[in-house]
Write a protein that binds this ligand. Structure first.
Ligand SMILES: [Zn+2]
Length: 358
């Protein structure tokens, strides 16, 4: 018996290596304080990601409104209340943003109608067009519906937003901007991806990090917009050969933090499918998307480089055709489309994609 005990003791001691060094200690107070700083940093970082997506995305959606089958009226205001945050981060959000049950402005999209009219982040919303806005749970959703009703009833006209700013009431009239009717959502996923489902456009946080330049992000959004405007989703649904759309549940923002009150908010994509298009549709989305990108006026000189970066992420894509064309052909086709646009520009031709002659 003693012998076994000895063997077991040796095994236990052998398994439990202990550190040899003695790092400086930290206190629980230090940890609590640092946790608060990290919550604040997380909140701000998520907000700037959401804001960047809306800013760049709206440039694409506004520049191409004339080419979109659906349009909507955009104010460029995102609201939040403390209820839009998960329980684990809610109290930090309340302190950091000074928010409570009342709807307040999460951010104003730079360059949007609301920005130009002077609405500011942190303003508390009181009423819209003299109709009081609600507070508490679901407030952001209800206000979105309220605004949607207002803009649907009329032609485009200024809508007044009554807000409190530093204890002062203010009334700010905003004339919405017409943009393509495909709301942009940030998907809380690390995969480098973006999707279009015919109703909206979704970009993952992984893609937001990967598309470092605004031009690259605009290229991705333009590609997804082309899937929507060219009716690829509908075409795919009709085409049974391609198969069904798989479900991929994604979280829209990490805590539904802020709802776009841009007029026609849709619930599209609360449970969206990861749509696999045919290679030909992908090539078309790259082609038409390059025209969409051109119309934003952004610099397209280096934008095709995105596909060399993608090749480095996924070397198989350099030569292997999967559901998507190779990164090689995508790079070359985007370059060729840019050249075509430049030739049309210098030749004084209309800058629209060439159609198949039938
Ligand atoms: Zn695509």
């Amino acid at each position: 018996m003693k012998k076994y005990f000895f063997v077991i003791m040796v095994l236990i001691l052998g398994a439990c290596a202990t550190p040899n060094t003695s790092p400086p200690g930290i206190t629980s107070i230090m940890e609590a304080e640092e946790a608060q700083r990290q919550f604040a940093y997380t909140l701000d970082r998520r907000r700037s990601e959401a804001l960047r997506l809306q800013k760049i995305g709206n440039q694409v959606l506004a520049a191409n409104a004339d080419f979109c089958p659906n349009t909507r009226q955009l104010f460029g205001v995102w609201l939040h209340t403390s209820h839009d945050y998960n329980r684990n981060i809610r109290s930090a959000a309340e302190i950091h943003y000074n928010i409570n049950e009342e709807p307040s402005i999460y951010f104003v999209v730079p360059g949007s109608a609301a920005d130009i009219a002077g609405l500011q982040q942190g303003d508390t919303l009181i009423s819209i067009d003299s109709q009081p806005t609600t507070s508490g749970k679901q407030a952001t959703k209800k206000i979105t519906a309220q605004l949607k009703k207002l803009v649907e009833a009329d032609e485009i006209r200024p809508i007044s937003f009554e807000v409190m700013r530093d204890e002062d009431p203010l009334s700010i009239a905003i004339t919405p901007q017409i943009i393509c009717g495909y709301p942009l959502s940030l998907a809380d996923s690390d995969s480098i991806n973006a999707y279009a489902n015919g109703k909206g456009i979704f970009v993952t946080r992984g893609m937001m990090r990967f598309a470092e330049s605004d031009e690259e992000l605009a290229l991705i959004i333009s590609h997804e917009l082309a899937h929507n405007t060219e009716g690829h989703v509908e075409a795919k649904m009709r085409n049974t050969i391609v198969g069904g759309i798989g479900g991929l549940a994604i979280d829209i923002l990490f805590a539904a933090g802020g709802v776009n009150t841009g007029g026609a908010f849709t619930d599209a994509g609360m449970d969206i499918g990861q749509v696999a298009y045919s290679e030909a549709f992908e090539a078309e989305a790259d082609y038409v998307g390059t025209y969409f990108l051109h119309r934003t006026g952004m610099d397209t000189v280096n934008v095709a480089h995105f596909w060399r970066k993608m090749a480095a992420e996924n070397p198989r894509s350099i030569t292997a055709v999967t559901t998507h064309p190779t990164s090689t052909s995508r790079f070359l086709r985007i370059r060729a489309a840019i050249k075509e646009i430049e030739d049309k520009q210098s030749g004084g031709q209309k800058i629209v994609p060439n159609l198949v002659s039938k």
